[in-house]
Write a protein of this length. Sequence first.
Length: 186
Amino acid sequence: MSLPINKIDKSWTLFLDRDGVINQEKHEDYIHTWEEFKFYEGAVEAITIFTKKFKRILVVTNQRGVGKGVTKLDDLHTIHANMLEDITKEGGHLDAIYYCSELDNESPYRKPNPGMGLAAVEEFPDIDLTKAIMVGNTISDMQFGRNLGVYTVFLPTTRPDVQLNDPFIDAVYASLYEFAKALDHR
């Protein structure tokens, strides 16, 4: 599919992965505490731009560290509360944050399975999946987008080796901010 960037308006929905998209990802590890959480440069500003462009903005994130017991659930909630507070302070908005801490890859909620996206549609029935985009930094995120039936945007922030012509990828931007700038200047 080709991303119809010129058709995006306030009737569209944006799904965002967290680690490697909004914040810096720890190589072969998890973000365990708020102190370890570092926004990518321009990420908060990007979400502020998206708030003006999209009807709904939802975070969908696998958090296997919680399932493994190496990240405390309370710390995950603190990370999300603080992330949301910092985004809101700058004029941005997230409608909801969905996470899957299950270890089983067959869990319907674990990306690339579409469960978190379907939960969002159940919570927000005004979401039209034909007018939705998934932004992520892994092929699993792109597969999640395809399994949900939405457009995909790949950010090669942590996976520069991914073939950018992969059939699961509709568009590529260097960062969340670069994608937001492209929307803001059309």
